[in-house]
Design a protein around this ligand. Structure first.
Ligand code: PLP
Length: 397
């Protein structure tokens, strides 16, 4: 007899967490590891947000709240989405969860029946596939190529649609590529999907505030798909609040209610203190996010500049988030005399062991020729990390 369910046996461990754990291990042994695996801002949560949380504690705001969050927070989120994203939403469309991760699994569990197909834009965020698997759905991959800035071609989306398609999921800005879809590009997707009344769009906008080059656009603002779009967002990346665990969806009321029902059985509302902090964040002065964005832009340009004399690492220009996802397939089959590099995972292990630089390979993101470099790290670390990487890569012949 098996101890564990088939469900969990088939589930992959998060690759990003696995590489981060290996880096920590080496660090604990005393090695000077530069960790560029991280998917989180290296900034502290702003003071005004922390103050709101302290006040909530002192005022004993420590009881269960309504499952989708206190009304004030849902109203503030809806107001933000109307103002910044032109979404036609009210508090009743908002469900706040324990991180956008929970928002995503709620949504997938609310929509997907066994056998339903979910079109996933690749490279994709690592957790989409396991979440679809948990719902017994089937992921159908539509790939964006590096030559095209990792953007999915609308025709490929059209070709992937079948009578079983229930949803489409993507992130923009993308983790792991930093790709940002423009209003025109999103309109092309919306126009393709609009005639299919049974297809829902899950738009993961968690990196919304970290966009460098263009005005941000939300697909849920288009009239022809607004009743079938679930917009996912949260506080982790935009307000440097990863540990507070606050994410949300804006969805048609039937779907929002279904997510509240699921969440009501799993976890109930997210932490009451964190809700007060999120309320302060979203209603407060967001100039902090502008400063953070400037720092990421400077670091993006720094990393691109450091790599520009290394054409064997194929790059492109990310327009958002804090990742570079270069193609490193040039090194496959090369060796330093001891180790032969077969794939991106081997290359990451080589760089970790030989250069003490921790990165994540692209396999878990659906791109086996790539590695992910997070530039959510101090400038000096990026300079030193890329220097060490280049030295180690130069030894591969
Ligand atoms: N979506 C994307 C694309 C992400 O990169 C992340 C975090 O890494 C999440 C969702 C989940 O964010 P959280 O659960 O911290 O709100």
């Amino acid at each position: 007899a098996h101890i564990l369910s088939q469900r969990v046996v088939e589930l992959h461990e998060s690759q990003t967490l696995e590489m981060a754990a290996k880096a920590r291990q080496l660090k604990a042994q005393g090695f000077d590891v530069i960790n560029l695996t991280l998917g989180e801002p290296d900034f502290n949560t702003p003071e005004y947000i922390k103050e709101a949380a302290k006040k909530a504690i002192d005022e004993n705001f420590s009881f269960y709240t309504p499952v989708p969050a206190i009304l004030e927070l849902r109203e503030a989120i809806a107001a933000k989405l109307r103002r910044d994203n032109q979404l036609d939403v009210k508090a009743e469309n908002i469900v706040v969860s324990t991180g956008a991760k929970q928002s995503l699994i709620n949504t997938i569990l609310a929509l997907i029946n066994p056998g339903d197909e979910v079109i996933v834009f690749a490279p994709y965020w690592v957790s989409y596939i396991p979440m679809i698997q948990l719902a017994q759905g089937k992921a159908v991959i539509v790939e964006g190529k590096i030559e095209n800035g990792f953007k999915v071609n609308p025709q490929d989306l059209q070709n992937a649609i079948t009578p079983k398609t229930k949803a489409v999921i993507y992130s923009s800005p993308s983790n792991p590529t930093g790709t940002v879809y423009s209003k025109e590009e999103l309109k092309a997707f919306a126009d393709i999907l609009a005639p299919y009344e049974n297809i829902y769009i899950i738009a993961d906008e968690i990196y919304e505030y970290i966009t460098f080059e263009r005005n941000y656009w939300s697909i849920g603002a288009f009239e022809n798909v607004k009743n079938r779009t679930i917009t996912v967002n949260g506080f982790s990346k935009s307000f440097a609040m990863t540990g507070w665990r606050v994410g949300y969806i804006a969805a048609p009321k039937v779907i929002a209610d279904a997510c509240t029902k699921i969440q009501g059985q799993f976890t109930s509302a997210t932490c009451s203190i964190a809700q007060k902090a999120a309320l302060a964040a979203i209603t407060g002065d967001i100039s902090f996010t502008q400063e953070m964005k400037k720092a990421y832009l400077r670091r993006r340009d720094l990393v691109l500049d450091l790599l520009k004399d290394t054409p064997t690492i194929k790059t492109y220009v990310p327009q958002g988030a804090f990742y570079l996802f270069p193609d490193v397939s040039y090194y496959f089959g090369k060796s330093d005399g001891k180790t032969t590099i077969r794939n991106a995972y081997d290359l990451c292990m080589y760089l970790l062991n030989e250069a003490y630089v921790a990165l994540v390979d692209g396999e878990g993101f659906g791109a086996k020729n790539c590695i992910r470099i997070s530039f959510a790290a101090a400038d000096e670390k990026l300079v030193e990390g890329v220097k060490r990487m280049k030295e180690a890569l130069n030894r591969l012949k």
